[in-house]
Design a binder for this molecule. Structure first.
Ligand code: NAP
Length: 249
């Protein structure tokens, strides 16, 4: 008996231009999905999509400033005119604007909350409904260990990352009856552009807190995302997976 051909799943990864998001986009493409690579700059998501195509994967680029709800809504309208459903959504785009609270400007607070947290609300609100109608979907929010522990100098970032965890757990409950899972990954210290600019002293202290005695690589996070977005993880929802070399136990 011939099997029905499997429909290619469509994934959208934000912040796919560099670092963790790019590794997740590449992993999902290797898993056979078509990946919509979103980042702020056209050249960044464009080169990520090209790199995927060069090794035989399927990807397109979509520049979107995720700090704007209007840009997200417009992008989703375009995408849903083209695809019946985005099956997999990875909210990964993020920024830091670190400072101690008394020195933190209001726009540093607002930029971090809108880019890291409010963006997830807009993407999920626009793309979640077709997933629930289809009765299959995967949402993965890339939070951080500091969303669990807090961190001096990162009140804005920690609040956004903790907010992503509350959002994940609430929506896991809202969407469970429709077989749409919602999970979060909380990376520890991962080698990317975001961490390369930190001064050596800060890096040394951070490394001292990692039992596995190394910084993580982007593929450490991509492997977890690949699992959570697969059929293998169909009974996993509302969870936060720390991938941090044992920092938070
Ligand atoms: P990264 O190397 O700095 O890359 C960030 C990505 O996000 C880039 O592709 C960037 O787009 C995109 N981005 C930033 N602001 C955006 C906006 N307004 N609109 C659209 N895209 C935007 O960061 P990373 O280290 O890979 O971090 C990825 C995620 O993991 C973030 O949410 C971060 O908070 C989280 N995380 C990272 C670590 C770590 O140690 N690296 C630890 C815990 C959590 P462009 O390429 O166009 O600039």
């Amino acid at each position: 008996m011939s099997e029905e051909p499997k429909q290619t799943k469509i994934a959208l990864v934000t912040g796919a231009g560099r670092g963790i998001g790019r590794a997740i986009a590449e992993a999902l493409a290797r898993d056979g999905m078509h990946v919509v690579c979103v980042s702020k700059s056209e050249s960044s998501c464009g080169s990520a999509a090209e790199a995927i195509a060069e090794v035989g994967g399927s990807a397109t680029a979509k520049p979107v400033d995720v700090s704007s709800g209007e840009e997200i809504r417009k992008a989703c309208e375009d995408l849903l005119a083209e695809h019946e459903c985005i099956d997999v959504l990875v909210n990964n785009a993020g920024i830091t604007r670190d400072n101690l609270l008394f020195r933190m400007e209001e726009n540093d607070w607002e930029d971090v909350i809108s880019t890291n947290l409010t963006s997830c609300f807009h993407w999920i609100k626009s793309l979640g409904r077709p997933m629930t109608r289809k009765r299959w979907g995967r949402i993965v929010n890339v939070s951080s260990v500091v969303g669990l522990t807090g961190n001096a100098g990162q009140a804005n970032y920690s609040a956004a990352k903790a907010g992503m965890i509350g959002l994940t757990k609430s929506l896991a409950r809202e969407f469970a009856a429709r077989s749409v899972t919602v999970n979060a990954i909380a990376p520890g210290f991962i080698d990317t552009d975001m961490t390369s600019s930190l001064d050596e002293r800060v890096k040394e202290v951070a490394l001292g807190a990692v039992p596995l005695k190394r910084f993580g690589s982007v593929s450490d996070i991509a492997e977890m995302a690949s699992y959570l977005c697969s059929d293998k993880a169909s009974y996993v929802t509302g969870q936060v997976f720390t991938v941090d070399g044992g920092m938070v136990m």
